[in-house]
Design a protein around this ligand. Structure first.
Ligand code: ATP
Ligand code: MG
Length: 151
C-alpha cells in the first residue's frame, strides 16, 4: 500500500502525545510532505511504536526525541534519536535478539520482554529495509532505518 509518510508518522506519533507530556518529553518530527512509500501500514506501525516506546522508556524526563526522514535518490532513511541512557557497547550486538534485555536491573523496573527490537528488525527486513543502531551509554541512542522507495 502506498502511504504518504508525513501524515502516516504524525498519526502514529499522536498516540504518544499524552505519555510524552506526562514525562515532559518533546518529540520533533521532521518529514517533508508528499513522500510516498510502499509499506504495510499495520505492520510498519509496530516498528514506529516499538522504537518510540523504547526511546521514551529509556530516557529521562525533560529530554527530547527526534524523528527525521531523509530522502535520497533511491532510498528513504527514517532516524529516531533519543537522549536517553544509551546501550552499552558490549550489549549492542545482541539487542535484536529475542528476549535480550540490557542489565536485568534497569530492565525489571521498566518492564517488557525484550521482544520489541526483534519484531522491529523482522518487520523492517520484511519490507526490504535495513536497521542500524548507534548508541553511546549516557548520551543516547539513534536508530536508523533505510527503506528502498519501491518497497
Ligand atoms: P519490550 O520491547 O518487549 O517491551 P524491551 O524494551 O526491554 O522490551 P527491546 O525493545 O527488544 O526490549 O530492547 C532490548 C533492550 O535494548 C532493552 O532491554 C534496552 O535495554 C535496550 N534498548 C532498546 N532501545 C533502547 C533505547 N532507545 N535506549 C536505551 N536502551 C535501549
Ligand atoms: Mg522495547
Amino acid at each position: 500500500q502506498k502511504v504518504e509518510l508525513a501524515t502516516y508518522l504524525h498519526t502514529i506519533c499522536a498516540h504518544f502525545h499524552l505519555a510524552l507530556k506526562e514525562k515532559e518529553m518533546d518529540l520533533d518530527i521532521s518529514c517533508s510532505q508528499g513522500l510516498y512509500i510502499l509499506l504495510d501500514p499495520e505492520r510498519f506501525q509496530q516498528v514506529i511504536i516499538n522504537l518510540l516506546d523504547n526511546a521514551m522508556k529509556y530516557s529521562k524526563e525533560g529530554t527530547k526525541i527526534d524523528l527525521i526522514v531523509k530522502k535520497s535518490a533511491e532510498s528513504l532513511t527514517i532516524t529516531l534519536k533519543d537522549q536517553g541512557i544509551g546501550i552499552p557497547e558490549q550489549d549492542l550486538p545482541y539487542v535484536f535478539d529475542k528476549l535480550y534485555r540490557v542489565e536485568k536491573s534497569r530492565s525489571r523496573k521498566s518492564g517488557g520482554y525484550g521482544l520489541g527490537l526483534s519484531i522491529v528488525k523482522e518487520i523492517v527486513e520484511a519490507h526490504g529495509g535495513e536497521i542500524t543502531i548507534i548508541s553511546e551509554r549516557g548520551k543516547g541512542t539513534t536508530v536508523e532505518i533505510v527503506l528502498r522507495e519501491d518497497g
